[in-house]
Design a protein around this ligand. Sequence first.
Ligand SMILES: Cc1ncc(C[n+]2csc(CCOP(=O)(O)OP(=O)(O)O)c2C)c(N)n1
Ligand SMILES: [Mg+2]
Length: 783
Amino acid sequence: MLADYRLAVASREASLIGRKEVFMGKAKFGIFGDGKEVAQLAMAKVFQNGDIRSGYYRDQTFMFAIGELTIKQYFAQLYADPSVVADPSSAGRSMNGHFATRMLDENGKWKNQTNYKNSSADVSPTASQMPRLLGLAYASKLYRNNKELGRLKDFSKSGNEVAFGTIGNASTSEGMFFETMNAAGVLQVPMLISIWDDDYGISVPKEFHTIRGSISAALEGFGRTDNMPGFEILKVKGWDYEGLIETYQTAEKVCREEHIPVMIHVTEMTQPQGHSTSGSHERYKSKERLKWEKDFDCISKLKEFILENKIESPEQLNEIEKEAKNEAKVARNEAWTDFMTGINAEQKEAVSLLKKSATQNQEINSLIDELEKTINPIRADAIRVVKKAIRILRTEHNDERNNLVKWILKQEKKNYERFSSHLFSESAESALTIVKVDPVYDSEPVLVDGREILQANFDKIFEMDPRVLAIGEDVGKIGDVNQGMAGLQEKYGELRLTDTSIRECTIIGQGIGCALRGLKPIAEIQYLDYLLYAIQILSDDLATLQYRTKGGQKAPMIIRTRGHRLEGVWHSGSPMGMIINSLRGIYVLVPRNMTQAAGFYNTILASDDPALIVEPLNGYRLKEKLPVNPGEFKTPLGIPEILREGSDVTVVTYGSMCRIVMDAASQLSDTGIECEVIDVQSLLPFDINHSIVESLKKTNRIIFMDEDVEGGTTAYMMQQVLEVQGGYQFLDSLPATLTSRPHRPAYASDGDYFSKPNSEDVFDKVYSMIAEANPSKFPDLYN
Ligand SMILES: Cc1ncc(C[n+]2csc(CCOP(=O)(O)OP(=O)(O)O)c2C)c(N)n1
Ligand SMILES: [Mg+2]
């Protein structure tokens, strides 16, 4: 109890001095765990090796208590120290209070999670920790019930791990919270969610947030009964040390042993310093409330308890307090010194190079002065000054100026590594390292429906790797709405291919959590149009995971969906621009047929990267040759394919448009125009070997076509080819795009024809480009 008291006081002190650091200009923003300390100590007591947390920014005391964060590291994150050693959670990339443990080693390989107390990496958007939490808990259910997973000893001991969640009271109003709670209740997974209830969400009090003003009252119907499964719902006060310890013990037992989800509603919490450094709570809390918060401060209450029960004398407690506060201050000082040491060294280097270059130059001397006088300099200060000096010296060609340039180039490399590395996996298993394996065919290949190619490939995948699982609406019993997984649940069981309710966001979260625990989920979104329900969690959580932990965590999973073109407003979307712009950090693959799609599944499953694979929705019943090496052939990432060679114009496209363009290309050929048709196949990454510009060098004309809106993915592809690949130099005609109309596609065949690019549109677009160059041979068709 005394150790708890000591840690609580140290943690509080870290919060108090953290706020001051921000106001002194040493850090940019601060959000702290003051007022939430004691409940977190109780939670830490039942958190075991192998368990994993998915929580939010108030949890510093818990992280200290499980031994996965030091106060010094806590301050390093506040200062944004870009070193992984200083801030193991995020290497300075996340603002303070965003916790994570390093679940990967330096080579990007999984550590043995059962030997550690784990925390998945926090994000700022409220309740976004919930979908992932579901998956973390679901993984335990799989490890317990799927005996084939027994050999994965680094991730689980018979599924005994509990996934601990934390969330603020106001954030429980988010849809993701309710979606997760319902799913966890349905699935009966060992998820123990704590709600830290301080009656407020920033300035807004509880009556504006929650029906009946209480999340446990609101969720009474989620509670289990004698004959109906559900949640174990417990309620306890945030300042009641004994009550908290008892509650967490009861909760953990039922959660761990029986796999019953538990919700602990921790009420009467306080927030002594208000929400964050962005404001003060005196503006919105009444005098009475502020007084109550003082009286019911959990640390003061713990002190009262210790004294009332004569566990320790007041003098001894004062001594403990003094030591604890000092510990926080020392940690702050050490973190600051370490943080500044790196910056100061760089600044010194810059100043010394500048001085050498500035013997006669007053302008540079005053820049040096400015730099040396900067209080609490940041790395950018030295860069700015050196760049200015290089500009001033631009006409000089001497060693001094060259050394400044060299220094900038060296710093650019270092700062790229500090601030821009690890958007994707950088391990030996990166998807970019997986090489092409061609599909192999019999001498007289059988022609089958595209969906049968997928089915044969998935069958092999499930046979080869017990870690692979598929979850989604209708993927189980009927093997998805297009039967790409038909019959596989019967063969591999309900734990491998699992029907879920209609909840796209938490289907993705379920996948993220499973992937974080060593499994290989294929999370299915039934139609591309419904990816919108999950785009936030994909963008904020999955896409940022490697980056925000600087390679400390990964979630190699596949998002399987189908789209581009079929019927009507909500079953034929192709919002690829939205997707590639919001999902940097996830590979985005757009195969033209099911053989290419199957090859992408095989590539991604062999890698440790996440990817979205969009199957062409109208291709399931089109005939393709059946390969004899399912599960083995691999479509490489970022490698376009030339579908038809031609010398007059390069047409760049992907997905369902490939067939339409090929049809138009053969009609154009009849009129004497030869198109080179290129299927880019993968949008992220895009044409890594710059092969498209090679085609442009030959044809000198280029058109980008797809089913997105104008300015969407065609604009992206154009930028890549003309700017990144330098294609602008080879143009003899204005580069062009052909896209859908800006509205959603209308229903039925005419709706499709007049909304999306069709063969005639492609023909006309190409023809008019060639006609402009050679009007006598190709007269205007419509004038
Ligand atoms: C989606 C989203 N909306 C708004 C915010 C800004 N915001 C950050 S914390 C917060 C209040 C959260 O209150 P609560 O869940 O009760 O947690 P507390 O801070 O009180 O512990 C808000 C509105 C955010 N981070 N994410
Ligand atoms: Mg709150």
